[in-house]
Ligand binder design. Sequence first.
Ligand SMILES: [Zn+2]
Length: 292
Amino acid sequence: MLAALEVSAQTCTAYRLSPDKEKKLVFLTARVHPGESPASFICQGVIDFLVSQHPVAQILRDHVIFKIVPMLNPDGVYLGNYRCSLMGFDLNRHWQDPSPWAHPTLHAVKQLIVQMNQDPRVSLEFYIDVHAHSTMLNGFMYGNVFEDEERVQRQAVFPRLLCQNAPDFSFSNTSFNRDVVKAGTGRRFLGGLLDDTSYCYTLEVSFYSFMTAGSTAPVPYTEETYMKLGRNVARTFLDYYKLNNLIKDNRPLHIQSSEGGSPTANSTAGKGISVGRDATDRKKEANHNGRH
Ligand SMILES: [Zn+2]
């Protein structure tokens, strides 16, 4: 399955045009850090879901354009590098001024994002960059910090919804920052470039395990559970747009309620881990400094 994604940084698009309306646009990138292979399985899950015949996928394709760049650093992946490109750059520190010569994939993708952001026919609403984390458990997100409290709350909506859909996604591990060291990342740079109705996140997933509300020990991630997280990310967009009254969901009730559940076949946990913060969460923050 991974082999299918081991291609140059090509753009996959799944959409149908509706010329009379402004289309919502979701932009997803992965593997800017070549060693973070779980990001490819998540990306695979997103793509598999979006091109499927699932009723949620069909509604999403009717209303939302998905631009997906599954591999931002193909030369680094080819060489087996952990973090850098062929020329030794950490591409996720060069979003501010990528060079077409030294960072060609990043330069091209940034140009595309800027171009789409200026296109009056589309509204770029989400940018999500997928990574894997070397010390944290579960899936979680990094977001940006804003002065406007209402914007901060709006930014928390998508990760909260994802937490309801994906038992291995942790809202309590999700954090918002503006560290100087992260200034050249896609999430930070595009957060400053796009307008205040756009949301930019880094989606992180553990290299090794997740805990759900019902588990007593960490459950090792597999290719399948990474892909399941990807499928849950994709369908969360429908929940988001339904919540904002931008999409009317006409699916039969039995379909609406049959989604979700644990990424493991036999677990009964279905709600994700708690949203609140406690002493354990604060301890976990010490681990946020792992490589990702
Ligand atoms: Zn990373």
